[in-house]
Design a protein around this ligand. Structure first.
Ligand SMILES: [Zn+2]
Length: 493
């Protein structure tokens, strides 16, 4: 059987990071407050209360539309979507239906094959968030549920993509790129809990499409899609068919489950919202100037700092990280760039992910000092990682934070001067930095040294590769070759 083609389209709901709600003056900063304290007659849907549109949220939505290359429609309109659910106090949601704010754009992602790939955007519309149900026990067996309307009326945009993604990995890349773009536009904060929710449409080419609702994390999307693809493929392999249905993603169990409700669009009885006038935004949208977006910043990092494409992608893929990088190199642009590039994009990110920490928690001045110690050859790369780990752990555990130099002294970490004096014993003279690098590489890769002695040519190239990495490509390759050969022959004797 040939590999079946996977088809994925996403509907992404993002909370716009405004100060007040979409149709009233209630504050959106509700997350640490008691339930039902950020409410008023409008967002509680009391009789006679009238919505007043928040201008800022429309401006934010238009920024997103422009950044995603969409056309903002000269006239758009709000509609009522009628249904009853306890989290929807008015029994209708104000959303946009047949006249959305914007249509027809695209977002470029890195495709699975490595090149750039365009994911088309069908439409972007503005709507209000419903409230939130809090289940006592669990949703199926709990005795009762509580409802919190603090979230009711928070401005959302829904971004609908065409079914252009071909794997869960591409869906993840689309979401990451979208998140970065929204953050660069200063309209969205991905670190706020529940600020992004995704519905995914997924099918195997030639069969029915399944909608998976209610995915509330970035990692959840990839997992839900992987589960759903496996489920659909195994049905097809057994000669069964995939039903067209809506399923819910159960995050804790990592599975999707068929949902009983079978609403169709016509069940919602959409009609134009009588309390709000149609939106005419043409002259307004023309005046919106976009800031530097992730792709432009990536190209600038390559041109201005000489970052590799991969490093530039990683560094600019998150606004906080890109800002952190520029803050660090601003201290000493010439000396620190080659170090900062690798140390942030590879080492620091790895250590942060391991601790589930955000780069916001890292003290830029301390990190710059660490890089300076490395740059001035005061400590070795290995010791640098040791010091970085201590710095992050202190921050993570809310301990008093030491400076890198204090950590170096306290732990008595291996300094370059120690390595140098050990080496000078065998050399009789103080060796140069290349010889230090060679000595380190040989100690770290005994198997390759052994292979070289057995006559394996590849081992020499491997060691040269390690050396280039260690010297960050700064050393003269011919000189490295000569010194490495000299050192290896000496050791053989
Ligand atoms: Zn309100």
């Amino acid at each position: 059987m040939t590999e079946e083609q996977v088809i994925v389209g996403l509907e992404v709901h993002c909370q716009l990071d405004t100060m007040s709600k979409l149709f009233c003056g209630c504050s959106t900063d509700y997350r640490s407050d008691a339930p039902n304290t950020h409410v008023c007659p409008v967002c509680l849907g009391l009789p006679g209360a009238m919505p007043v549109l928040n201008k800022r949220s429309i401006e934010y939505a238009m920024r997103v539309a422009k950044a995603l290359n969409c056309s903002v429609l000269p006239e758009s309109e709000f509609s009522r979507k009628n249904y009853f659910y306890p989290d929807l106090d008015k029994a209708y949601q104000i959303t946009q239906y047949d006249k959305p704010l914007a249509e027809g754009g695209y977002l470029e992602i890195e495709s699975d094959e490595g090149g750039e790939k365009r994911i088309r955007i069908t439409r972007i519309h503005v709507e209000e968030d419903p409230g939130r149900l809090v289940h006592r026990g669990n949703a199926e067996r709990g005795k009762y549920s509580l409802v919190d309307y603090n979230r009711a009326g928070i401005p959302l945009i829904e971004i609908v993509s065409e079914p252009d993604m071909r794997s869960p990995k591409e869906a993840r890349k689309f979401l990451n790129k979208l998140r970065a773009t929204l953050e660069y536009l200063s309209v969205f904060d991905s670190e706020k809990e529940g600020s992004l929710r995704v519905d995914a449409n997924i099918s195997i080419k030639g069969s029915e499409r399944v909608e998976v609702k209610n995915i509330s994390s970035y990692k959840g999307v990839e997992k839900a899609l992987l589960f759903e693809i496996t489920r659909q493929k195994s049905l097809l392999r057994r000669g069964q068919k995939v039903d067209r249905e809506t399923r819910h993603y159960l995050e804790a169990r990592g599975v999707t489950q068929s949902s009983r409700s079978k609403e169709q669009e016509h069940d919602y009885r959409y009609f134009p919202e009588p309390d709000l006038r149609p939106l005419h935004v043409q002259s307004w949208v023309d005046g919106i100037v976009l800031p530097e977006l992730p792709d432009a910043r990536r190209e600038r990092f390559i041109a201005q700092y000489g970052c590799s494409l991969n490093h530039a992608r990683t560094l600019t893929g998150e606004l906080r990280l890109a800002n952190f990088f520029e803050k660090v190199v601003a201290a000493d642009p010439k000396g620190l760039i080659p170090l900062a590039d690798t140390w942030i994009a590879d080492t620091l990110i790895g250590e942060l992910n391991y601790r589930n920490m955000s780069v916001d928690a890292v003290d830029a001045a301390g990190f710059t000092e660490l890089l300076t110690l490395l740059e001035q050859c005061i400590i070795t790369d290995k010791s640098g990682i040791e010091v970085l780990r201590v710095m992050l752990d202190q921050r993570l555990n809310n301990q008093a934070c030491e400076t890198p130099s204090e950590i170096v002294e306290r732990l008595n970490v291996r300094k370059v001067s120690t390595v140098t004096s050990e080496l000078s014993l065998s050399y009789g003279v103080v060796p140069n930095p290349l010889q230090i690098a060679i000595a380190e590489v040989l100690t770290e890769n005994p198997a390759a040294v052994e292979d070289f002695r057995k006559g394996k040519k590849g081992a020499f190239n491997f060691l040269i590769g390690q050396l280039m990495k260690k010297t960050r490509g700064c050393a003269d390759p011919a000189e490295l070759n000569r010194l490495l050969k000299e050192e290896l022959t000496k050791k053989e004797v």
